[in-house]
Design a protein around this ligand. Structure first.
Ligand SMILES: Cc1cc2nc3c(=O)[nH]c(=O)nc-3n(C[C@H](O)[C@H](O)[C@H](O)COP(=O)(O)OP(=O)(O)OC[C@H]3O[C@@H](n4cnc5c(N)ncnc54)[C@H](O)[C@@H]3O)c2cc1C
Length: 385
């Protein structure tokens, strides 16, 4: 048994590695400093087919699998996390819900452009009062004849305000269940629909070249046919999308953790102190060795979760384990790599300075570390609190 990549996946990995090294690395620092979404790079990724990796060819995709998507995300994150999360959110949160739950008409309408990277989709679950407790969304959607009327707001929605954002899938209360709990459904809201507003970009600690906005919905009217999947199944759909997304976030974290090793190896070989390269010191070598251990284990964890997923086996616990471990490994590696780089590591001119800022969100987004521990404990049969 091995978790090595197939020849096709390895070929893809090399292509993305070259793209990240030759086209992303030279320019991403400037986008990051300016807090600007790197549209030309995203367009290039579209041309390369990265946004269509796990989308079937009949919908304009590359006909690959989710593992391929994760391979690409990991390679991008070795160089930069903003570009990696743009791909992760664009595919895993933007396109996959439409692929998994959409009607043939919805798939035909949206997937070809999403798969080509000509358009980005957002995933609107989180609200000011509802994050980890995602079932407590307050946004409402009322069916008036053949129109949904949506009111409410969403917080921190990735890819929701770019020049190529085409839609946001919104979780909204559409009624009350017989047991008194809210009925939650998912509804596709096209960008530009009257009443749908996009607030200014958040001033984030990291992921500064990725796009994140608060969204408002004031009597937003969309056709009844924009319901994604079954009415009342929205919460379950969002949870299953997030379970898949965790594998992709784990791959992103593994990439960041590996990027810390890459950068530290290069810096330790050239930076001299007391007449010798710092990489000749055992303390620095041990830091780098420990970083490599964490990056390696992170990679094994996400690959195993992805292998189960693509084989159609249960993978939720493995996805949570991979996300929890690799996000904490990314944080540890970012802290240690910054230490290896000394003062230079504390600037955002250095890649590790950006890694340091970018790592923290990995312990928060798509389910915090505490939520992952809760899910793992529950899966082990421990009582729900
Ligand atoms: C840059 C960025 C991009 C994002 N992109 C998206 C997106 O595209 N779409 C989207 O829908 N959301 C998005 N999010 C939101 C993200 O998923 C949430 O921030 C995350 O789920 C945590 O929710 P919260 O911020 O409300 O924190 P809270 O849920 O308020 O958690 C606060 C703290 O309490 C802990 N906690 C909460 N409940 C429990 C409990 N029962 N037991 C123990 N501890 C608990 C948490 O672990 C955390 O430490 C994004 C966030 C950021 C910052």
């Amino acid at each position: 048994m091995t978790l090595a990549l197939s020849a096709e996946h390895e070929q893809l990995r090399k292509v993305v590695e070259e793209f990240a090294r030759d086209e992303v690395a030279p320019v991403i620092g400037d986008y990051y400093r300016r807090g600007e979404f790197p549209l030309p790079l995203v367009r290039r990724m579209g041309e390369m087919g990265l946004f269509g990796l796990p989308i079937p060819e009949e919908h304009g995709g590359m006909g690959g699998d989710y593992l391929a998507l994760c391979v690409a995300i990991e390679e991008l994150a070795r160089v930069d996390s903003s570009i990696a999360i743009t791909l992760e959110a664009g595919v895993s949160l933007g396109a996959m819900p439409i692929l998994r739950f959409g009607t043939p008409e919805q798939q035909q309408q949206w997937l070809p452009r999403l798969a080509a990277g000509e358009m980005l989709g957002g995933f609107g679950l989180t609200e000011a009062g509802s994050g980890s407790d995602a079932g407590s969304v307050r946004t409402t959607a009322v069916l008036e004849g053949d129109t949904w009327v949506i009111n409410g707001s969403k917080s921190f929605i990735t890819n929701s305000g770019t020049a190529i954002t085409g839609l946001v899938t919104v979780a909204a209360r559409t009624g009350t269940r017989p047991d008194g709990r809210p009925e939650i459904s998912a509804i596709i809201v096209p960008a530009g629909t009257p009443g749908f507003t996009v607030a200014k970009e958040y001033d984030k600690v990291g992921w500064n070249a990725s796009d994140t906005h608060e969204l408002g919905f004031a009597d937003v009217r969309v056709p009844a046919a924009n319901l994604l999947g079954e009415r009342g199944r929205g919460y379950a759909q969002f949870l299953s999308t997030l379970a898949e997304g965790r594998v992709a976030i784990a791959a992103l974290a593994a990439g960041l953790a590996q990027g810390c090793v890459d950068e530290s190896l290069a810096y330790a070989a050239t930076r001299e102190s007391f007449g010798r390269a710092i990489g000749t010191r055992q303390s620095i070598q041990f830091m780098i060795a420990d970083m490599q251990v964490r990056a390696h284990l992170s990679r094994l964890a996400w690959r195993q979760a992805a292998a189960l997923m693509v084989a159609g086996e249960p993978f939720a616990q493995e996805a949570s384990i991979a996300k929890l471990y690799s996000s904490e490994a990314a944080m540890d590696n970012a802290r240690v790599a910054t230490q290896v780089h000394g003062g230079y590591g504390f600037t955002i001119e250095s890649a590790v300075g950006r890694f340091y800022r970018d790592a923290k969100i990995l312990e928060i987004g798509e389910g915090t570390s505490e939520v992952q521990r809760m899910l793992i404990a529950r899966d082990l049969g421990l009582p729900v609190e």
